[in-house]
Design a protein around this ligand. Structure first.
Ligand code: NAD
Ligand code: UD1
Length: 351
């Protein structure tokens, strides 16, 4: 009988976690979801179950609660499904909120990661994939940015928590030589599952460009504000590397397979970081134009002041992920925008 590895997905009811759960199941892994629903709800779990067509286990647990985490690992073990790897998405991610309440972010994101590492050690779980962000690079001096770029001072407490968690993981490896970690630094994930069964559902007014744009076109919000058109870029608006969330989800499958092939075992560090992006930058005005072209809907927008803390231009050199993980983004910006719009149209608040 072939053993199917169980993978714990923390933050599994969230945007990227739910899409990744579907890709993991399609690739033959057994997924176990964990979330405290601080930025999500049970609908995403139902969505994952319906796409996978299976009763995926879900635990409503906060990663800072060590006893509750132990219960999850133990329960799965007692049912004969020892957890073999963890993908750690669970974190708070609103940059603005982190500026207002830095200690909440440090507590939630850093303490949550510490507890998880402790429990993984207790249960001899050796494989971790961690959700990091291109925010660790701050405003890079050279673009496209590669993984050797230095960490500049974090632009926000949120960014600081990502730098700190990366360091925690690397420090954890030193006394635990059997432990292996892949750190994934995401650029700007957008889009939704093409079935529009799951997608991005931010609580309240969205901070990020695509959810705000979609809600604006749907008439739920006022006109989109383009934050600055006086930057030193070809059209004056900021440039980012937008990648389809399904491409991102598939990168996690590649990362786990890489870990399970023992690619990092015995190496002097036991960890490796990878940029995940398309390698192409698009400006805010180009995104608006692409959205209008692919959906046939016009985007109401106005030009506004620059947003504090915004990086001018950043996109990925993702060649390490291609060379070592065998992953590259396949879907276009247009496809991602179309899927975001399909999801928006299907959401109950989109009427
Ligand atoms: P999300 O908010 O949709 O998902 C995160 C999930 O984690 C939510 O469901 C939330 O309820 C849960 N969570 C938060 N704190 C928790 C805790 N202490 N215990 C248990 N569950 C907790 O966000 P997302 O976009 O899916 O992001 C997933 C990860 O990717 C995060 O770590 C985020 O920082 C990182 N990331 C996201 C982006 C992006 O643009 N979306 C970019 C770079 C990195
Ligand atoms: C931000 C965070 C990043 C985090 C990510 C996910 C910063 C500096 N970076 O990325 O660390 O991982 O969110 O939460 O905050 N824009 C508008 N109008 C809007 C919204 C956005 O013009 O209403 C512009 C922004 O100025 C930016 C681009 O759209 O140029 C993308 O913004 P956003 O989606 O918020 O992502 P980032 O700022 O790149």
């Amino acid at each position: 009988m072939q053993l199917i590895p169980s993978i714990l997905v923390t933050g599994g009811a969230g945007y990227i976690g739910s899409h990744t759960a579907v890709s993991l199941a399609k690739a033959g892994f057994r997924v176990v979801l964990l979330d405290n629903y601080s930025n999500s709800d049970v609908k995403a779990v139902h969505g994952v179950r319906s796409l996978i067509n299976a009763d995926v286990p879900f635990y409503e647990v906060d990663c800072r609660d060590k006893d509750a985490l132990i219960d999850v690992f133990r329960t799965e073990q007692e049912m004969g499904h020892e957890i073999k790897g963890v993908i750690h998405f669970a974190a708070l991610k609103s940059v603005g909120e982190s500026v207002e309440n830095p200690s909440l972010y440090e507590d939630n994101n850093i303490v949550g990661t510490e507890r998880l590492l402790e429990v993984m050690r207790e249960f001899d779980v050796e494989n971790l994939v961690f959700s990091s962000s291109c925010t660790v690079y701050g405003e890079p001096e050279v673009v496209p940015v590669d993984e050797n770029a230095p960490f500049l001072e974090a632009e926000s407490p949120y960014g600081f928590t990502k730098q700190a968690c990366e360091k925690l993981i690397v420090d954890h490896l030193k006394p635990n030589p059997e432990f292996n970690a892949v750190i994934l630094r995401y650029f700007n994930p957008i889009g939704a599952h093409p079935s529009a069964t799951i997608g991005e559902s931010p609580n309240g007014v969205p901070n990020n460009l695509i959810p705000y744009l979609c809600q604006s076109v749907a008439g739920i919000r006022g006109a989109l504000q383009v934050f600055g058109t006086d930057y030193p870029t070809p059209d004056g608006s900021c440039i980012r590397d937008y990648l389809h969330v399904m491409d991102l989800a598939e990168a996690h499958v590649s990362a786990l397979e890489y870990l399970f092939k023992d690619k990092l075992r015995g190496k002097d560090t036991g960890w490796r970081a990878y940029n995940l992006g398309t390698g192409k930058g698009a400006s805010v005005l180009e995104v608006i134009e692409a959205f209008e072209k692919v959906t046939g809907r016009s985007v109401p927008y106005s030009i506004a002041e620059r947003r504090e803390g915004d990086v001018v231009a950043i996109w990925a050199n993702a060649s390490r992920a291609k060379d070592e993980l065998g992953w590259e983004a396949k879907r276009s910006l247009e496809e991602a925008l179309n899927d975001s719009w399909k999801w928006q149209k299907k959401r109950p608040d989109s009427q």
